[in-house]
Each structure stands twice: as structure tokens, then as C-alpha cells.
Design a protein around this ligand. Structure first.
Ligand code: 5RP
Length: 225
């Protein structure tokens, strides 16, 4: 296992310590979350931890089933005690870019339903300004070219995400545009502008949502809040 993966495992396991008996837990998606779901499954089995999870992605649901984490959905619970998730970039105000894995819409719904939202990253995700990572924006397939040209007016060149030579389709049946803004100085303003464009489903800017960020570096975890 490489050093980055070891750090992802470290923070993924650390965040699970905040999960207490009886909690309803939002589960994000990504390679860091993989380790958190795995650890959560271990606590369920070994300690009899009594929790239910709401997954943000079909893949997260698969992991939860594999590791024995009981799942529920929003038809049964509408408020979660905590949501845990990875991120692609985190700035000093705890504003985030998410969506590298294409699950940003459900991740945002899950995080918004939670009383507390804890983010887990390796130190390389900490930035002075958001935007070096291309901002993922989920758009409806119909007329995506029109939506992309409207997004471009805000200062980027949107690129339609592909995977294995095919257009990437989100769990919601939508497309993702990766947008190279380079430097996002006002994330809230940019999010509000982009979300107003017809055809935009959600942006990967998670503004004023994170309560704690667990940052892994050199074998240690720092908690920023
Ligand atoms: C998925 C996400 C992920 O949380 C983000 O891409 C970080 O992924 P990883 O933990 O693999 O670095 O937003 O949509």
C-alpha cells in the first residue's frame, strides 16, 4: 500500500471513532470512505455497534453490504446524526470541492440532512484557494451542450466526463462537467451563480457545510474545525 493510501486508511478509520451507538450515519463515497465503511463494519461486528447508514452512492451501498453495515434510506429517516465523506480540495475556511467520484449530488443531499458533517482527507487536499482541482458540476443530459456554454461564461472550459471511453453517467442518470476555474476566490458566489443555470443539477462546491475536517499527514491526524 502506498503512503497516500495509508493516510486515507488512517483518517478513514479515525472518523469512525466519532460514531456512537444508535446513530444514523450518512456515508459518502471515494477511496477514503472505503476505509471508513470497512472500519464501521468491523465495529458493527466486533462491538455490536447499533447504527444505520444512508449511502451516497450505489458503490458505497455495495461496500456497506460487503462489510456488514446496516443500511436504510430517506423513506425511513429524514435526519441523520452525522455524515462522513472525503473531499477533493479543502480551503482554510473548510469550503470544499467534491465530486471527483461523481457522487456529488447525493453526497450533498446526505450531508445537508446531517446534524454534523465530518470530512476526511489526506494532507495533499488542503489548498489556499479552491479551483486547481476541476470543479465537477452535475448536469442533466438533455441540452448539456447549452448548459456547458452557459457555465463557460463564468470563466472555465467545461469538459464532459468520460470513463473507459464512454460518457460517465452518475447514479442519478446525469452527466458530469469538469470545470477548470483554476482559482475560486468566492466559492459561495460562484455556487449561487452556477446553480441558477437551467440544466445544472448541483455543483461540487460544498459551502459552509463541513463541521470538522480530519487531515492525515505523516502518520498523524489533525482535526480542523
Ligand atoms: C466522490 C467524492 C470523493 O469524496 C472525493 O472525490 C475524494 O475521493 P477520494 O477519497 O478517493 O480521494 O467527492 O464524489
Amino acid at each position: 500500500m502506498g503512503q497516500v493510501d495509508e493516510t486515507k486508511q488512517l483518517v478513514g478509520e479515525e472518523v469512525v471513532k466519532y460514531i456512537k451507538d444508535g446513530m444514523k450515519v450518512g456515508l459518502g463515497y471515494g477511496s477514503t470512505m472505503y476505509y471508513a465503511v470497512k472500519k464501521l463494519g468491523e465495529r458493527v461486528k466486533e462491538e455490536g455497534l447499533n447504527i444505520v447508514g444512508v449511502p451516497s452512492a450505489n458503490k458505497t451501498a455495495e461496500w456497506a453490504k460487503e462489510f456488514g453495515v446496516p443500511l436504510t434510506d430517506f423513506s425511513k429517516v429524514q435526519e441523520l446524526d452525522i455524515a462522513i465523506d472525503g473531499a477533493d480540495e479543502v480551503d482554510s475556511n473548510l469550503q470544499l470541492i467534491k465530486g471527483g467520484g461523481g457522487a456529488l449530488f447525493r453526497e450533498k443531499v446526505v450531508a445537508a440532512a446531517a446534524k454534523e458533517f465530518y470530512v476526511i482527507v489526506d494532507g495533499s487536499k488542503i489548498v489556499n484557494h479552491l479551483g486547481a482541482f476541476k470543479l465537477p458540476i452535475e448536469v442533466v443530459p438533455f441540452g448539456w451542450e447549452v448548459t456547458a456554454s452557459k457555465i463557460a461564461k463564468f470563466g472555465c472550459e467545461p469538459v464532459l466526463r468520460e470513463k473507459d471511453g464512454e460518457v460517465f453517467i452518475s447514479d442519478n442518470g446525469n452527466y458530469i462537467l469538469d470545470c477548470n476555474f483554476q482559482k475560486i476566490t468566492e466559492p459561495e458566489k460562484l455556487h449561487n451563480e452556477l446553480i441558477g443555470i437551467v440544466g445544472v443539477v448541483e455543483t461540487g462546491l460544498f459551502v459552509n457545510m463541513a463541521d470538522k475536517v480530519l487531515v492525515g499527514k505523516d502518520g498523524k491526524v489533525e482535526v480542523v474545525e
